[in-house]
Design a protein around this ligand. Sequence first.
Ligand code: AMP
Ligand code: MG
Length: 498
Amino acid sequence: MNSPSDLAPVFAFDNSYARLPEHFYARVLPTPVAEPVLLRLNRALAEQLGLAPAALCSPAGAAMLAGNQIPNGAEPIAMAYAGHQFAQFVPSLGDGRAILLGELIDRDGVRRDIHLKGAGRTPFSRAGDGRAALGPVLREYLLGEAMAALGIPTTRALAMVATGEEVYRERIERGALLVRVAAGHVRVGTFEYFARRGDTEAVKTLADYVINRHDPACAEAEQPYAALLEQVVKRQAELIAQWMLVGFIHGVMNTDNVAISGETIDYGPCAFMDSFHPQTVYSSIDHFGRYAWDRQPRIGYWNLTQFANCLLPLLGADEDDAKQAARAALDSYGKAFEARYYGGLRTKIGLLDARAGDEDLALDLLGRMAAQQADFTNTFRALCDVAAADPARDAPVRALFDDPSAFDQWAVQWRTRLATQTQPDSQRQAIMRVANPAYIPRNHRVQQAIDAANKGDLGPLERLLEVVSRPFAEQPTQTEYRQPPRPDEVVERTFCGT
Ligand code: AMP
Ligand code: MG
């Protein structure tokens, strides 16, 4: 029989960030929590990280995931960063309630950060309590997993732990901690932190670090830093295009929430849209719609411009050279975004080759969906079923439009275009079904899972996680999760809840 010590998890840490100069972070230990209870462990992810799920579930494991016990080899640090928040520059943000425990190399050889969010105060906490509430922790867990299942780059959750403490927000909430796993936590804001201080040496050290970690091929390029900028631009353009294609609104695209790795990070007041409207905003603090669905591509560009500014001292022999290199890299953004976005839209409507007029056809559909309050996810998914020649079977998709004739008019042009393709209907439909999810974590379902968890019932979370983990599968017994909210279930605002 195993003794408890046999069960203690073993983390094979290798902490590259903690080897960077001391002013890149603060060394700080998590503040122990009153009574750690492991609410959920992501077993598949644990295995991917080379961690034994059974050991993580032991009391010693839960204590480590809560920050109450520091595993061997961990070097806990709070990373320094700055950021533009709603266009206002804040020179010092940093990990105010998150602590990087260390890094593991996963089964695919990818270095991944193990990060405790809600681990207590750090030198960057300012007035904050360093803690997190169960609701936002659950949202981040759920949305990260849904995003990963959709095939979109994202940080993920390894575990969710209750702290047995209360946190004080707009009301008293149950405290919790998220164990977040990321390909890296360097953000545009990390570069801004040093650039704004005129610390070019640190900008260079950081750039070399991310090249080594995320873009080793750039080191061989003639202009390594320009090559890095191009890579980051490309990843961000593609990430935002992928969000757009599933109706996702990030909600706080501040530069401190833009990861150099190209992963979606910081699921705060974010949501997937139900009925389509391009100006949809969910964040309770986004009063001017800065981060509305249709503004995300422009904001992405703005954020990357801040990144390019940080790199300027590294981009050329003189200022003109540097600016030219920055501009060239930033100019690639539009093309990269459009290729991914319009390519994606084309696939979503079943056009498997590219022809003139395709973009207009796709945009015409979006315009009609917006005017007719059609559900984003359900409309595209229903199109998969009707992407054959016979309009007599259009009823399910027509019904999603307030005025079904708006769909009929579009469908005439659509079928004319589909008829120019030669592949069998079934083949086209199969391709569409892996571009158009049936299941997203609808905001009202997320809210129901949070409300239940706050009352001690994790059942709704478990069921929702199971459904959104297979977003492209039909799942005939789960169709209730495809339903948009009833009027009394609509959630119009989501809160940071920090
Ligand atoms: P976020 O809105 O989560 O992206 O966080 C923005 C900044 O506020 C980061 O520097 C966080 O570390 C900090 N922050 C958010 N919530 C807290 C909290 N409860 N305690 C301390 N710092 C916090
Ligand atoms: Mg953040």
